[in-house]
Design a protein around this ligand. Structure first.
Ligand SMILES: NC(=O)c1ccc[n+]([C@@H]2O[C@H](COP(=O)([O-])OP(=O)(O)OC[C@H]3O[C@@H](n4cnc5c(N)ncnc54)[C@H](OP(=O)(O)O)[C@@H]3O)[C@@H](O)[C@H]2O)c1
Length: 277
């Protein structure tokens, strides 16, 4: 039985992918910070007689020590992982800069550092399987935002939009660095942009942004069921390259500045020091 690990697997796109693989007979390990959402997923799984294969782990992925413990728990419990899907996200576009107990800026920690720790931490567990793949769900192909090399935690001139966009660009580089430094080369890394998808994402936005985004979603967003179709196709038949990026079904050119190899290696080295890997 294959094992699919999904961060943010209790809501939105991640939940859609979780229910898809449960219906296909896989074991799904869904990670989220809210216990009720995890219990609701197990309840949904029960309806398709898959509750025994649906596992929920409550972890706050803004904490790197909790993320490292999660890696250990997955390794010790499941031995191998076929697919790792990285969806956990909570946009903080407005309001004051917030810092985790470990001293990291919130978006940098949740949206980038936790994905770094899980991608490298679970690499051995992925290598044990037939066609292992990591899908980092974000926004490759969007040319907005940059890495603030001299102030990664945005201590000076913080704004939420800048922090969110920096985390997107850092994830583009995470895929490049992962593939570039990977001698064994059996795990495929896919950066994936699903376009606008109708999820509960706007609920975490403040008024009036929440109302505006919901109105925009009502007109322009794709349903979760439709959005996950090309995602599961890629997860089931990953591309031959070690790193590839997609905007829906369309391949994204990874030769541009957003995927610069020197930047990717520089960020990897800095990140390893930050998270102590
Ligand atoms: N929806 C779109 O239009 C869109 C567009 C482009 C890219 N994306 C990308 O697609 C991915 C999924 O987005 P979505 O719209 O499906 O999101 P969503 O519906 O808001 O779901 C987010 C998931 O992340 C989990 N999460 C949030 N904070 C967490 C934390 N501190 N620790 C652990 N889990 C946490 C949530 O669970 P809890 O609430 O229980 O923590 C939930 O399961 C994201 O990476 C996003 O950037 C989405």
């Amino acid at each position: 039985m294959q094992t699919v690990v999904i961060t943010g697997g209790t809501d939105g796109i991640g939940r859609g992918i979780a229910l898809h693989y449960l219906s296909e007979g896989a074991r799904v390990v869904a990670i989220g910070s809210t216990r009720q959402k995890g219990e609701a997923l197990i309840e949904e799984a029960r309806k398709i007689s898959a509750a025994d294969r649906a596992h929920f782990l409550a972890v706050d992925l803004t904490s790197m020590s909790a993320t490292r413990r999660l890696v250990e728990e997955i390794e010790n419990t499941y031995a191998s992982v076929d697919k790792l899907v990285l969806c956990a996200q909570r946009y903080k576009l407005f309001g004051k800069r917030s810092v985790t107990a470990e001293g990291f800026e919130h978006s940098f920690a949740l949206s980038y550092l936790s994905r770094f720790v899980l991608s490298y931490g679970l690499r051995d567990a992925l290598e044990c399987t037939k066609r292992p793949v990591i899908m980092n769900v974000g926004t490759p192909g969007v040319r907005l935002g940059k890495i603030h090399w001299d102030d990664l935690q945005l201590e000076r001139g913080y704004n939420g939009n800048k922090a969110t966009l920096q985390s997107f660009r850092a994830n583009d580089l995470l895929g490049v660095g992962f593939a570039e430094t990977y001698d064994k080369g059996s795990v495929t890394y896919v950066g994936y942009n699903p376009g606008v998808v109708s999820t509960g994402m706007p609920n975490s936005l403040p008024f009036p942004m929440k109302v505006m985004t919901k109105a925009m979603f009502a007109v322009a967003a794709t349903s979760v069921d439709k959005a996950i179709k090309p995602m599961v196709e890629l997860l089931d038949s990953p591309p031959a390259e070690l790193f590839a990026a997609y905007w829906k079904k369309k391949s994204v050119n990874t030769r541009g500045k957003a995927f610069d190899v020197a930047d990717a290696l520089r960020l990897k080295e800095i990140t390893e020091q930050l998270v102590g890997m």
